[in-house]
Design a protein around this ligand. Sequence first.
Ligand code: ARG
Length: 280
Amino acid sequence: MSHIQPETTAQEQRKASPRQYVMCRPTYFDVTYSINPWMDPDSPTSAETGLAQWKGLFDTFVELGHDIQLIEPVPGLPDMVFAANGALVVDGKVLVARFRHAQRQEESAAYLEWFGRGDWSAVRQAEYVNECEGDFACTGKEILAGTGFRSDPRAHDEVREFFGRPVLGLTLVDPRFYHLDTALAVLGDEEVMYYPGAFSPQSRGELAERYPDAILASEADATAFGLNAVSDGRNVVLPRAATGLAAQLRERGYHPIGADLTELLKAGGSVKCCTLELRA
Ligand code: ARG
């Protein structure tokens, strides 16, 4: 007698795994300078609205069962809410950021201090300009590494040596997508989603070859920052306005969750930028 398993939907097959994230409350959030095309110091911003929206994201992660640790915001560092840029943590090793722009450089000291208090096998600051999870994303087989606007290409070699993992360098060409995490998100060990127009022809070719099943985002969803998303393998938290991408995710069996972070988008950041993953 043969047992024929009932066909399960893709949704049932996706498995969430609990994550550890570091976040930073946007107490001092503001747009007082412009280091990316989204930032306009002349248009008004509200730290209060930013804080309420950020709290919504925090609560979503807690409801999903993730463990959130907080780093204390520092007055005078309005971009510190974008914790993804502070460090890259893989296999319990920590590489702390070296920021390209003077306006953010003092953030590194806060991260060195924070990680210095923890139990990590190695903690040091990057030697070359390296905006960490803004430009580096881990899949199961390699670390994808962005360059073109922020992180120095030499940071790719430094990451390869420090973590002992393969690194695939990718070149960003559209200033609206100045960090890798604005143009590409890792959904699972083997799956990514990205906006092809953000990458050089060569990088586009490499992504197509290495991730043939990737979800490709439209320009409209990419400009809504839809790729600035955080996945736990099943639940994908992404900006609410990226409705096309949410539909594509649903079709692939993921569970998209829309977040409203429009206030923080005035600084050129959203869901992923606020979220630094700790990989033990
Ligand atoms: N205003 C910040 C900057 O330009 C935004 C950083 C967004 N973070 C990110 N991971 N993409 O540096």
